[in-house]
Write a protein that binds this ligand. Structure first.
Ligand SMILES: [Zn+2]
Ligand SMILES: [Zn+2]
Length: 373
């Protein structure tokens, strides 16, 4: 699956012919419920925030992102912590010149991205190739780059054809590496890690994991080194395959496993609802009812009120967000996208518009568990 171009060439020679489509890319990601934030134009690092937030060292040590006044005011301080799904904010950020690149906050997007590096500095000692598995000296000797580690991981964890069977959004990086994008199964949360980290959690040598507490450069982003380009046929992430989920779990990346689903038709709400508090059961029931009415349109013909139900559900979720009963706007947004797409997958743009306006309207009227029961 990973056709290996010459690592050193990367995307350099193509740079001149590529136009910067960052505004479109940002909107595309947001429609999928993936919160975005600006990267420094031409670079893969976050756009620096203001001096109130950063010390002269450049680090965000003045206050935690959760206490930052700038983020609430629509600024991009604190990197991926400022990531948003808000159309107006996105339009404003990406009308800046030079045009910023697009970063996706993988954790709140519900994404797990395996970042396969392509530095030709192997071989590596057998014990460091795949920390979760026994790797023979002979196999280790053949590992030259992260691409080899990935193939080996697929073989030991998924069987002989596992690497070839992975059909998912795959992005070639300017240095010749690959980003393999997956969606986390509903309700699960996964840790980030750096494969070069000897001591900590690691999936494999030159295999980084971008999930909670991390971000990934969106395909289509252009840096001075070249373009992050989608390759292969898939243009959307596939669900995390079981063998890879198993390997991630084995190497300590699983932070929260999926609760047992109660109703198949309703998106799982466990991670969207703030907990633990007295109101959370009430909030879960309110959200579940609203989302179920949208998702259940799957079994009904067109014209059965999907858009009205979606608008109502978005309004309700907005009220829960404003009341602090749902963890984040992004979680509410994604639950709504899931429900809407389950019922009407072909009406994605319309769903996005309805969800945005409903969430905004709903957030002006916080739901009150004592009054709105
Ligand atoms: Zn700031
Ligand atoms: Zn700040």
């Amino acid at each position: 699956m990973l056709d290996r171009g010459p690592c050193a060439l990367g995307g350099l020679e193509r740079r001149a012919t590529v136009e910067n489509r960052a505004p479109e890319v940002a909107a595309w990601c947001s429609r999928r419920g993936w919160p975005v934030f600006p990267l420094q134009a031409g670079h893969k690092t976050p756009r620096p925030g203001c001096g109130r937030c950063r010390k002269s060292s450049g680090r965000y040590e003045q206050h935690a992102a959760a206490d930052c006044p700038c983020i609430a005011q629509g600024r991009w301080c604190h990197g991926f912590y400022a990531a948003t799904l808000d159309d107006d904010r996105i339009a404003r950020w990406w009308s800046e010149r030079p045009v910023p690149g697009v970063g996706v906050a993988t954790g709140s997007a519900g994404l797990v991205v395996v970042d396969v590096d392509c530095h030709t500095d192997g071989p590596v000692e057998a014990g460091r190739v795949l920390p979760g598995f026994d790797v023979s000296e002979q196999d280790a000797r053949e590992v030259r780059t992260g691409l080899d580690t990935w193939q080996l991981l697929a073989r030991v964890a998924g069987g002989p054809d596992a690497a070839e069977a992975v059909q998912t959004l795959t992005v070639e990086t300017p240095s010749g590496g690959r980003h393999l994008w997956f969606t986390a199964p509903r309700g699960t949360r996964w840790a980030s890690s750096a494969g070069g980290d000897h001591a900590g959690r690691a999936l494999g040598w030159q295999l980084d994991v971008r999930a909670e507490g991390g971000y990934i450069v969106a395909p289509g982003t252009v840096t001075q080194a070249g373009m992050y380009r989608a390759v292969g046929e898939a243009r959307l992430p596939a669900r995390l395959p079981g063998w890879l989920a198993g390997a991630l779990e084995r190497t300590g990346h699983l932070l929260q496993s999926a609760p047992r689903p109660r109703r198949a038709a309703v998106p799982n709400l466990a991670r969207q609802i703030a907990a633990p508090q007295a109101e959370s059961a009430w909030a879960r029931a309110v959200a579940a009812t609203a989302l179920a009415q949208v998702a259940e349109c799957e079994r009904l013909p067109e014209g059965s009120g999907w858009s009205t139900k979606l608008n109502k559900a978005a309004f309700t979720m907005g009220g829960l967000v404003a009341a602090g009963l749902v963890v984040s706007d992004a979680d509410a947004h994604r639950a709504l996208v899931d429900a809407a797409m389950q019922a009407r997958p072909q009406r994605e743009k319309e769903a996005h518009r309805i969800i945005q306006s409903g969430l905004i309207a709903g957030q002006r009227q916080p739901l009150n568990p004592t009054k709105d029961r």
